[in-house]
Design a protein around this ligand. Structure first.
Ligand SMILES: Cc1cc2nc3c(=O)[nH]c(=O)nc-3n(C[C@H](O)[C@H](O)[C@H](O)COP(=O)(O)OP(=O)(O)OC[C@H]3O[C@@H](n4cnc5c(N)ncnc54)[C@H](O)[C@@H]3O)c2cc1C
Length: 648
C-alpha cells in the first residue's frame, strides 16, 4: 500500500473537493457526511470535478467520500428535494450549461439530475471508486458509473428501487449487467437485495476488498497502476471497452425517466395525458370532448377529487385559448392550444396603448405587410406579464383608410425576438405587473393572423367579454398533495406572480369581519351598517352572476359588464369599510403594520379593479346600450377613415 497523493493543485466544486496528485492521479472527494446523499447539484459538482481533473492531466481518478457511507442514495427531503422540484437555481443553470447540443432529458428536476449523471459517463479518464460503507440506490449507480470499485468486506450494495417504488438508477439497468452478468443484475434489481462486500467481490461488483484503514490507499494503488501505463493507450482501451456505453446509458436514463413518470407522475405528465385524452378541457373541441358546460364541471370536480392538477392558470387558458378556439385558423389552434393547455407556453395581452384604452379601437400600433408576414412598429402599455410571456395576443392597425373598427387585425406575436422590447413599470402598490412594450420592426409570420385581416375588432370583443368574467387565480384545493401538485402549485405561484396582489385589488371582503373583531369595532353601529351593505352587495352580485350563467348557458354576453361593475363596487365598499375599521393606521406598511401591510395594499390596489378590462364608466356604457337598449354614445370618429381621426 504505497500510494499517497501529493497534491499539486486543489479545487472545490460545491461539496466535492478535487486534487491532482504528483503521479497524474486525480482525486474527487464527496463531502456530505455521514451518508453523502446526492442531488443534481452534487452530481453536477462531481462531473465538474472530473472534467477539471481530466483537463489538468489526471490519467486516473479516485472517487471517495467522507463519512460512514459511500453514498446512501438521494436525499428526498433536503437539498435534493429542491432540485427534484426543479426549483434549484444552480441546478437549472447547470442543466443549461450541460446541454452541449444534446436534447435535454425532460421531467423537471429528475431530468436535471440525469443530465448531470450522464456527464459522469462521458469523462474519458478511468475512475476507481472507494466504497467504505453503503452504496445504495443511486449511490450504487454512482459506483457502477466508475470503472472499478474497491470495497470493504462490510461494505453494502443494494439497488433498492423496486423496494421503495421507484425506477431511477443512473442507468443501472445498463451498467449492472455489464459488471455482474444479466441474470444476477436482474435478480438484484427486482429484489433490491442487499449484498455485502464479500459477495460483491465474488460476483465482480467489487474489484478488490480491503479493510477500512487501507481502502483509499488500495484505490490509489489501482489508480497509480493505471496512471503509470501509457495514457493514450489507456484511453483507447477504455473507449473500446466502454464503446457505446454513454449512448446506451443516455437511452437507459431517458427510459428510466419516462418509466418513472408512470410511478411518480409530474404535473407536466398529467397535463399531457389529460390533453391527449380530452379530459384537460372537457368542453373544448381541442384537448377536450366538446361536452356541455355542466358535464365539464363534473369532470373538473372528479379530477380535483382524485388529486390531479389540471391545466395551468393564467391568461393563456382564460383568454387566449378560448379566443383562438372561436376565431383562430386550424393551424393556429393546432400550434398553440395544446402547448397552452400543457403549460409549455405563456401569454400576455397586447391591447392597450398610451392613447388607446377605453377607446381601444383608436389603437395605432402598425402592422404592415412585408414579404411573407408583417412588420410591426408602435407601443403598448399596461401589458400584464409581458416580461415573461412567450407570445402576445396583439391588436394592431393594418388599414388606415377605413373607419377605426374596421382597420384592426388580431395577431399572435412571438415575444422573444429582437424587435420587441419590454420595460416593466412600477405600480403604487410596489408591484411590477405591468409593462411597456415597444415594437421596432418586430416580425409576425403571415399565418399568425387571428381571423381575417381587418377583422380584429370581433376578436377584441370576444377577448374583452372573457376578460370581464375573469376570476382571481383559484387556490389549490385543501386536499392537494404529492409531487404533481407540488409542481403545479410552484408553477401556479410563478404564473400568478404578476397577479399576486389581485386578491387585495378585490378589496378582501373576507378580512372585514375578522378585522372589525380584532380591532374592537364589531359593535360600532356605523361600521356594522357598512359591513351589512358590503355583504348585501356581494350576495346580490353572486346571485346575479348565477342567473346570468343559467340564462346564457356558458356563453359570454354584455351581462359580463354587470359582474365586472359589481366587483368594482364591492372592492370599493370593502376598502371603505377597511378604512373605517383601521383608521389612519391602515395606511402603514412594513414591520408592525396591520396584517403585515395587507390593509395598506388593499387601499392602494382597489382602484385597479375599476380600470382593468374596461373602466366602470365603460361598463356602464355597455350596460346602457346593450342591455337597457339606450341610444348609443355618439362617436364622431367611428365612421370616417382612421387616417382622418385625431387620435392619441
Ligand atoms: C390591473 C390592470 C391590468 C391590466 N392589464 C392589461 C393587459 O394585460 N393588457 C392590456 O392591453 N391592457 C391592460 N390594462 C389596461 C386597461 O385595459 C386600460 O387601463 C383600460 O381599458 C382603461 O384605459 P386607459 O387607462 O387608457 O384610460 P382612459 O381610456 O384614458 O380613461 C380615462 C378615464 O376616462 C374615462 N372615460 C374614457 N372614455 C369614456 C367614455 N366614453 N365614457 C365615459 N368615461 C370615459 C374612463 O372611465 C377613465 O375614468 C390593465 C389595466 C389594469 C388596471
Amino acid at each position: 500500500m504505497s500510494w499517497e497523493v501529493v497534491s499539486l493543485a486543489t479545487r472545490t466544486f460545491g461539496d466535492v473537493t478535487a486534487a491532482v496528485g504528483s503521479e497524474y492521479i486525480g482525486t474527487a472527494e464527496i463531502n456530505r457526511p455521514p451518508d453523502n446523499f446526492f442531488d443534481a447539484d452534487l452530481i453536477g459538482s462531481l462531473a465538474d470535478a472530473y472534467e477539471w481533473l481530466q483537463r489538468d492531466g489526471a490519467r486516473a481518478i479516485v472517487l471517495s467520500s467522507v463519512g460512514k457511507n459511500f453514498c446512501a442514495g438521494a436525499d428526498f427531503t433536503g437539498r435534493s428535494g429542491q432540485s427534484q422540484s426543479g426549483q434549484s437555481q444552480s441546478g437549472q443553470s447547470r442543466s443549461m450549461q450541460s446541454q452541449s447540443g444534446q436534447t435535454r432529458m425532460s421531467n423537471g428536476g429528475a431530468g436535471e439530475l440525469y443530465e448531470q449523471a450522464f456527464r459522469l459517463f462521458q469523462v474519458p479518464v478511468p475512475v476507481v471508486a472507494a466504497v467504505q460503507g453503503a452504496a445504495v440506490g443511486g449511490g450504487l449507480g454512482l459506483a457502477c458509473a466508475a470503472d472499478f470499485r474497491v470495497a470493504r468486506p462490510q461494505s453494502r450494495f443494494s439497488a433498492n428501487f423496486a423496494r421503495i417504488g421507484l425506477h431511477q438508477g443512473f442507468a443501472l439497468t445498463v451498467t449492472l449487467p455489464g459488471i455482474v452478468g444479466q441474470q444476477r443484475a436482474t435478480e438484484l434489481l427486482y429484489t433490491g437485495r442487499r449484498i455485502d462486500g464479500e459477495e460483491a467481490a465474488r460476483i465482480g461488483l467489487a474489484d478488490r476488498l480491503v479493510d477500512a484503514e487501507h481502502l483509499r490507499a488500495a484505490a490509489g494503488d489501482l489508480a497509480a497502476e493505471i496512471a503509470s501505463a501509457a495514457p493514450l493507450a489507456v484511453r483507447a482501451i477504455r473507449a473500446t471497452m466502454r464503446a457505446g456505453l454513454a449512448d446506451r446509458a443516455r437511452a437507459a436514463m431517458e427510459r428510466e425517466l419516462s418509466e418513472q413518470q408512470k410511478l411518480w407522475p409530474t404535473a407536466d405528465w398529467w397535463r399531457e395525458l389529460l390533453a391527449d385524452s380530452g379530459w384537460a378541457c372537457p368542453t373544448w373541441p381541442i384537448c377536450g370532448r366538446s361536452l356541455p358546460a355542466a358535464l365539464g364541471q363534473v369532470v373538473t370536480d372528479e379530477l380535483k377529487r382524485a388529486g390531479i392538477p389540471g391545466p395551468p392558470d393564467g391568461l393563456g387558458m382564460m383568454l387566449v385559448a378560448p379566443v383562438l378556439l372561436e376565431h383562430g385558423s386550424d393551424d393556429l389552434k393546432q400550434w398553440f392550444i395544446r402547448p397552452t393547455v400543457t403549460g409549455e407556453i405563456t401569454w400576455c395581452q397586447l391591447f392597450s396603448e398610451p392613447g388607446a384604452g377605453s377607446d381601444l379601437a383608436g389603437l395605432q400600433a402598425r402592422a404592415t405587410p412585408d414579404g411573407d408576414g408583417w412588420l410591426l412598429t408602435g407601443q403598448k402599455v399596461w401589458s400584464t406579464g409581458a416580461a415573461t410571456a412567450d407570445f402576445g395576443l396583439l391588436l394592431a392597425r393594418t388599414d388606415w383608410e377605413v373607419p377605426k373598427h374596421q382597420g384592426i387585425t388580431a395577431f399572435v406575436l412571438p415575444m422573444r425576438q429582437p424587435g420587441v422590447v419590454v420595460r416593466p413599470l412600477r405600480q403604487m402598490n410596489g408591484h411590477s405587473s405591468f409593462n411597456e412594450v415597444f415594437f421596432d420592426g418586430a416580425r409576425i409570420p403571415a399565418d399568425h393572423v387571428i381571423g381575417e385581416p381587418g377583422g380584429g375588432w370581433a376578436v377584441a370583443r370576444t377577448t374583452l367579454a372573457h376578460e370581464r368574467r375573469l376570476a382571481a387565480f383559484p387556490r389549490a384545493p385543501a386536499e392537494a398533495r404529492g409531487r404533481a401538485w407540488r409542481e403545479a402549485i410552484a408553477e401556479r405561484t410563478a404564473a400568478a406572480e404578476p397577479h399576486k396582489w389581485y386578491p387585495q385589488r378585490a378589496g378582501r371582503p373576507d378580512l372585514v369581519i375578522p378585522q372589525a373583531q380584532a380591532l374592537g369595532k364589531a359593535a360600532d353601529p356605523v361600521v356594522r351598517q357598512e359591513i351589512a351593505r358590503l355583504i348585501e352587495l356581494a350576495w346580490s352580485a353572486r346571485w346575479m352572476a348565477d342567473r346570468t350563467a343559467a340564462a346564457r348557458a356558458g356563453k359570454n354576453g354584455p351581462e359580463g359588464s354587470l359582474g365586472k361593475l359589481a366587483s368594482s363596487r364591492i372592492a370599493q365598499q370593502a376598502a371603505r369599510v377597511h378604512t373605517m375599521i383601521a383608521g389612519a393606521e391602515g395606511l402603514l406598511a412594513g414591520p408592525g403594520s396591520l396584517l403585515g401591510g395587507i390593509i395598506a395594499e388593499i387601499l392602494v390596489s382597489v382602484p385597479g379593479i375599476s380600470i382593468a378590462g374596461g373602466t366602470d364608466e365603460i361598463q356602464r356604457n355597455i350596460i346602457a346600450e346593450r342591455i337597457l337598449g339606450l341610444p348609443r354614445e355618439p362617436d364622431a370618429s367611428a365612421r370616417v377613415p382612421f387616417r382622418e381621426v385625431r387620435a392619441g
